[in-house]
Design a protein around this ligand. Structure first.
Ligand code: PAF
Length: 258
């Protein structure tokens, strides 16, 4: 019997999602879910304006290799109304979690419900949301959920990580956003030259980025599994960033391997 592979998404599908579907279809039948999950949006975030393109998304998922596309209703996922049942703990309270309190509790809540309904053998997540990936891996292990597979971040020709939220950017905003991957590459270059001091690595990225972008939520260098935060790194690591361009919050990360 073919493996059941699950790609959970919030829609507004792009080549990043297509790469998850394509990887999945190499090992089994892919089911894609498209559900804009209310419990992972803060009160002042873009839940209402988040792009919803049902027909286009359906066609795109199928043409990327999905066997099935599922649009859960709010009632299917939250029969008693939107409600957070999971806690993401310390790992969910750093980086994204410190700027978006409750975000990962909402993510884990919906991921658990989706897993329980779909019952996949494998679920696939992108590396662009690195903290989400690390959390979901731990979480799925904890409740004997599916194996979690990850796929590298897809970038456009100029290096910008693909994201559904990139569609909010104007031409100028797009040009400004390219400084984000450039800042990560500056840190990566210093790392590959042998720099291991976390504060100095972070300063290289922040100094470069803050000349171009006024609102940076964080640019941090951490061990690959994010905790504990260390001063000197002698292991594989990640540089992670969140910054605002024209009112749109963009996140990205790069791996720093030994
Ligand atoms: O990464 C996303 O698109 C969402 O956080 C997810 C995993 C589909 C849960 O709503």
């Amino acid at each position: 019997m073919k493996k059941k592979i699950f790609v959970p998404t919030m829609g507004a599908l792009h080549k990043g999602h297509a790469s998850l579907i394509k990887e999945g279809s190499k090992i089994g039948d892919v089911i894609v879910s498209i559900f804009v999950n209310p419990t992972q949006f803060g009160a002042n975030e873009d839940f209402d304006s988040y792009p919803r393109r049902k027909e286009d998304d359906f066609a795109y998922a199928i043409s990327s290799g999905a066997k099935e596309v599922w649009f859960p209703t709010l009632d299917e996922i939250y029969p008693d109304g939107p409600f957070i049942s999971e806690s993401s703990g310390e790992l969910g309270s750093i980086l994204e979690g410190s700027f978006r309190p409750g975000f990962f509790d909402g993510v884990l809540t919906v991921v658990k419900k989706l897993f329980q309904i779909v019952e996949p053998d494998v679920a696939i997540f992108g590396e662009k949301d690195w903290q989400q990936l690390v959390l979901v891996k731990e979480f799925s292990k904890m409740f004997n959920g599916p194996e979690i597979m990850s796929v590298k971040t897809k970038r456009d020709n100029n290096g910008l990580a693909l994201s559904s939220r990139n569609s909010y950017l104007s031409k100028d905003g797009y040009s400004q956003s390219l400084y984000i991957p450039e800042a990560l590459l500056k840190v990566k270059t210093a790392w590959s030259e042998g720099l291991r001091d976390v504060r100095t690595l972070e300063a290289i990225g922040i100094d470069f980025l803050s000349e171009k972008i006024s609102k940076i939520d964080y640019l941090e260098v951490r061990p690959s599994f994010l905790l504990p935060k260390l001063d000197i790194l002698n292991q594989d690591a990640r540089v992670l960033v969140a910054a605002w361009v024209e009112g749109t919050r963009l996140i990205d990360n790069e791996e720093l391997t030994l």
